[in-house]
Structure formats: C-alpha cells, structure tokens
Design a protein around this ligand. Structure first.
Ligand SMILES: C[S@@+](CC[C@H](N)C(=O)[O-])C[C@H]1O[C@@H](n2cnc3c(N)ncnc32)[C@H](O)[C@@H]1O
Length: 215
C-alpha cells in the first residue's frame, strides 16, 4: 500500500458514518494496518503498556483489550509476560490479524457501546488504545467497563481530546459514573500527539480509573 492509500484509510476512518462503515474500513485496512500506523508514529499501545506495567503488575491478570484491532497492545504486553489477554473488536478483519499474533486467549467480535457478553467482575483490567476517538467507541462503553472489571481493578484508556464534542460527551459520562461511586480517576497523562508523523492536531491523553463498587 502506498503512503497516500494509507492516509486514505485514515481519512475514511474519520469520516465513517456508522459502525458498519467503520468496520468495512478497518476490514479493508487490516492487512496493512500495522505497517501504516508505524509509519504515522502511532504511539498509544506503548503508552498503555507503560501504565499496565505500573498499575496491573501481575502477569496473571485477566485483561480485556477493548478495540483490540490487530493486537498491537497485546503484542507488547506479551513481551512483558502477560498471558491472560482477551480482545474484542467490531472488525472481523482486524480480529483475524490479531489472532495471527497468538498472544490473546480469546478474540471475539463485540461492539463497544452495546452490552458486552462478559459476566460482572470478569476482568482485573480493561485497556484500550486508540479506540476512544470520534465516531469510534461511544461514551456508554464505560458503563460496561465498570460492570465487568472487578472492584479495585483498573480501566486504562487513551481518549482523543482535541475533538471537543467527543471529549465533552465522554467526560460527562465518566463524571456521572464517578458521582455514582462506580470509579475514580487515579492518573492521567499529559496530552500528546498520537500520530505525530502525519498529524499536528490529533491529540490524546491516557487515563487510569480505578473501579470502586463493592460487589
Ligand atoms: C485505531 S484502531 C486501534 C486498534 C488497537 N487498539 C491499536 O492500538 O492498534 C481502533 C479499533 O477500534 C475498533 N472499534 C471502533 N469502534 C468500535 C466499537 N464501537 N466497538 C468495538 N470496536 C470498535 C476498530 O475496528 C479498530 O480496530
């Protein structure tokens, strides 16, 4: 794939109108995704890995990678010794690429923002890199995260912060969950460019939330 075609995929991702469109774009991009985003200087998986190492030190931790894509997060977590990884994504093409890396125990098609087919308290942590972005995972995704993560477990995510309508909606959702006692912000990074070699404006922050409820 030429550099212009890779940028076309990025453009199509930003302009997708619904989950079906988005899934089609990622299905198409999946074969070249890793090569593309590496050429963009894409860094969220590395930042998420640093935070998992700090907050979820046990290599046995049961970790859900939400919006797993081609498995770039799991690939790095596996190098650090994490063995209990599950990934979900709406794109079957991306899931298929993730499977080839052989670092996930389970990979399933699920849609963030809809009910997730996991039991309460199933995970020690949910992680997500690059998926909380405009027209990607919606704010309601967090309602399911606080349900499926054990009390005292962690939600470690990057969120796009330069699109005001998106970050405002996410923040409102999380504020409500915090007020209701479901979770608490523990740490956030500085804002940083997530594809610095191709965009001066795309900016994200990494956030760490602790899940608080008792049962
Ligand atoms: C930018 S990619 C990031 C993939 C991977 N986490 C990484 O860092 O390379 C975003 C991924 O989120 C998935 N995605 C977007 N919206 C989603 C949703 N509502 N539910 C599930 N997956 C979604 C896409 O299919 C895509 O694989």
């Amino acid at each position: 794939m030429m550099q212009t075609e890779k940028s076309d995929c990025l453009e199509q991702v930003s302009s997708a109108q619904n989950n079906q469109d988005l899934s089609n774009v990622y299905d198409h991009w999946s074969q070249e995704y890793d090569e593309s985003v590496i050429s963009f200087g894409y860094n969220p998986p590395a930042v998420i890995n640093g935070l998992v190492g700090r907050f979820v030190p046990s290599n046995d931790a049961n970790i859900l990678d939400a919006g797993v894509g081609t498995g770039m997060v799991g690939e790095l977590l596996a190098i650090l010794g994490y063995t209990n990884l599950v990934g979900i994504d709406l794109s079957l093409g991306m899931l298929e690429r993730a499977g080839k890396k052989q670092v996930y125990q389970d990979l399933r098609q699920m849609v963030l923002g809809e009910p997730l087919a996991f039991t309460d308290n199933e995970f020690d942590a949910v992680v997500s890199a690059g998926t909380f972005s405009a027209n990607h995972a919606p704010p309601e995704s967090f309602d399911e995260f606080v349900r499926i993560v054990k009390p005292q477990g962690f939600i470690i995510v990057t969120i796009r912060v330069d699109v005001a309508s998106y970050i405002d909606a996410i923040q409102a959702q999380i504020d409500t969950l915090e007020k209701e006692g479901w979770c608490q912000l523990v740490e956030h990074s500085k804002p940083f460019k997530n594809i610095p070699l191709v965009s001066e404006t795309a900016t994200i922050k990494a956030f760490v939330y602790r899940v608080l409820r008792d049962s």
